[in-house]
Design a protein around this ligand. Structure first.
Ligand code: AMP
Length: 256
């Protein structure tokens, strides 16, 4: 597995391998079985698989959230080797943002709803970094999880709008045995919050309507950011933890 820490290294690796299809899985590290499922899809579909690990600061609107984002790089690389990944791209801020984030990709409608309403600028950071990564890696297919369904749909829309030559593949949510959607942020949950967290997806799935879900979540002790159903899919975000160490959980389930 090749570690690529510069654009030159990425380009010379690309020139050295002659593969018919490249799959790409962008991540922010702290890898878990959800990430690994995307890699499995890519490995099944494509001749070579590239994974990127980069905690993108431009998509964080809360400095505490960025500061507390888990970093498990050595263990991530071990898992990626075992998973049979061909190359790992490890860019840093100067590599990805030579413009200092003066140039940005903005979607003006859906990016302001759901997570975008609570996290202003979040999706501009996401779309900008994904555009940069797609232009550098030039994959035939890029794999995104339905766990971040709004992100998946905005990335799909961006690829269509800008005629990018990459197929965006959505992959199902991977859950813990107790139903909690896997997330790097789960590492930051206290033991008590971790055992309570699966109630979030259960209530999202079982409530009769969005306002009933909000009520049940609140009386269960969750701080609710939003619950909203769009086209038969109920989206939710809740906060757990303290103000200094907030843990934001998002999930979505099919309803009706
Ligand atoms: P992240 O490292 O959180 O930016 O996630 C990288 C990719 O993994 C994104 O496309 C996520 O949607 C996807 N992902 C994260 N958690 C899960 C999960 N539990 N199931 C499926 N995909 C996931």
């Amino acid at each position: 597995m090749k570690l690529l820490e510069s654009i030159e290294a990425l380009k010379s690796w690309q020139a050295s391998v002659s593969v018919s299809t490249t799959g790409f899985v962008p991540t922010m590290g702290a890898l878990h079985a959800g990430h690994l499922s995307l890699i499995e899809h890519s490995r099944a579909d494509c001749q070579a698989t590239v994974v990127s690990i980069y905690v993108n600061p431009t998509q964080f609107n809360n400095p505490n959230d960025l500061a507390n984002y888990p970093n498990t790089l050595e263990e991530d690389l071990r898992q990626l080797r075992v998973a049979g990944v061909d190359a790992v791209f490890l860019p840093d801020y100067n590599l990805l943002y030579p413009d200092g984030f003066r140039y940005q990709v903005e979607e003006t409608v859906f990016s302001h709803e759901l997570c975008g309403e609570q996290r202003p600028g979040h999706f501009t950071g996401v779309l900008t970094v994904v555009m940069k990564l797609l232009n550098l890696v030039k994959p035939d297919r890029a794999y995104f999880g339905e766990k971040d369904y709004q992100q998946l749909s905005l990335v799909r829309g961006m690829v269509e709008a800008f005629f990018l030559d990459t197929e965006i593949v959505g992959c199902p949510i991977v859950r813990e045995e107790d139903g909690l959607a896997m997330s790097s942020r789960n590492l930051n949950l206290t033991v008590a919050d971790r055992s309570h967290a699966p109630r979030f997806s259960r209530i999202l799935a079982s409530a009769c309507g969005d306002s009933e879900a909000v009520q049940q979540l609140q009386s269960d002790g969750f701080k609710v950011d939003y619950v909203r159903t769009i086209d038969g899919r109920r989206f939710g975000a809740v906060l757990m933890g303290s103000e200094e160490r907030p843990v934001r959980l998002i999930d979505n389930v099919r309803v009706g």
